[in-house]
Ligand binder design. Structure first.
Ligand code: FMN
Length: 354
């Protein structure tokens, strides 16, 4: 596949681009479609997987908000293989959340391959392999980010999965385990050799977990090492970040994590910005409230009223950040567990916006 050279010095900056009548006349090349093997994504801004967050209700919302790929939360390959009911229940995919990627975690190639086949049969469009989770209890089982230091197992898992399924396989890795330790280029090359369709790289080392400054520049070596798309991740919070990320790293695409929680429209805003250079306003409180209400209804439908609304509690602060009555809203939301009470809370809050 032809590599997109979209890095520093290769793409004109906005100021260098030709301007006619105040409008840029050249389509901005940082926004483009990407191909994951047999699957063409509409564009290159996608949702990042997040445990406890990127469940079906949230993925459906992110599809509305313009993500080109909806990534499901990490699921244990053992739990899938042994038909754990709660895990299998998470493998329900709705028509309005496609294309959807399902992430699996594990250390045994044969179990991972079996789990991937099951996930494919449940209807996922992409299998993503977790090779970046920093949580000690996962690392102890030789899974997640432990795979970054275990090339043999990493390759065995990817090869086994690629051979087991027909859908595209991607792998999500970290740039390295420690700062300035670039393990990603060699791992990406290895993954490419195993038949993986794209590599997703979190630009923070495992030692930093999910905080600290991501090393966007450090991703360039990975992009240059392979001919498959490299999707970068980490620290994209506003549309301008995505532009900087793509330009600095040379990545083919960007995956957005926390910035999408409570602001599902970020994908559309990033895409619009990359294409036009125009910053759209963030959502109004009223709009956030409407999405939160939809989220509550879909969470109740998917998980059952009580479980769904309990899960929603930890996401509420993201939606209401910046509301004048955020603290009151949060404390009321933390006490309620029925849709009826949620409807009242939404209705009462709506009135305060008029
Ligand atoms: C609550 C939470 C859960 C996460 N769960 C997963 C996961 O299941 N699989 C995964 O590969 N990464 C997971 N991540 C990492 C994110 O996908 C992403 O790499 C990270 O948040 C950095 O991106 P951001 O700076 O855009 O948030 C999680 C992150 C958070 C904050």
């Amino acid at each position: 596949m032809e590599k997109l050279n979209v890095g520093v010095g290769l793409v004109p900056t906005r100021n260098e681009m030709s301007i006619a009548g105040g409008h840029e006349v050249r389509p901005y090349v940082l926004s483009h479609s990407i191909r994951l093997g047999s699957l063409a994504l509409a564009h290159n801004i996608i949702l990042s997987p997040m445990v406890g967050v990127t469940d079906a209700p949230f993925r459906r919302l992110c599809a509305r908000g313009g993500s080109a790929l909806m990534s499901g939360e990490m699921l244990s390959s053992q739990a899938i293989k042994f038909q754990n009911k709660k895990t299998l229940a998470l493998l329900k995919f709705y028509p309005d959340e496609r294309p959807v990627s399902s992430q699996i975690m594990g250390a045994e190639p044969s179990v991972m391959a079996e789990a991937a086949k099951i996930v494919e049969n449940y209807g996922a469009d992409v299998i993503d392999v977790n090779a970046g989770c920093p949580v000690p209890k996962i690392v102890k089982t030789k899974s997640g980010s432990a795979l970054l230091k275990d090339e043999k197992r990493f390759a065995a898992i990817l090869s086994a999965i690629v051979q087991a399924v027909k859908i595209p396989v991607t792998v999500k890795i970290r740039i390295g385990v420690r700062e300035n330790e670039y393990l990603a280029p060699a791992l990406a090359k290895l993954a490419e050799g195993c038949g993986v369709a794209a590599v997703i790289v979190h630009a923070r080392p495992v030692s930093k977990r999910h905080s600290g400054r991501p090393d966007w520049e450090g991703l360039r070596q990975t992009v240059e090492a392979v001919n498959i798309p490299v999707i970068g991740n980490g620290g994209v919070n506003i549309p301008k970040d995505a532009e900087d990320f793509l330009r600095i790293s040379g990545c083919a695409g960007v995956s957005v994590g926390r910035a999408a929680i409570g602001d599902i429209w970020i994908f559309n805003r990033i895409r619009h910005y990359l294409e036009t250079g125009e910053e759209q306003s963030p959502p109004l409180e009223q709009e956030k409230l409407e999405v939160l209400w939809q989220h509550a209804q879909w969470a109740a439908e998917f998980f059952g009223e009580r479980t769904g609304l309990l899960r929603l509690r930890k996401i509420v602060p993201y939606y209401v950040a910046g509301f004048p009555n955020a603290a009151t809203f949060r404390s009321r939301a933390n006490k309620i567990a029925t849709l009826r009470e949620w409807e009242e809370l939404i209705e009462d809050t709506r009135k305060t916006f008029i």
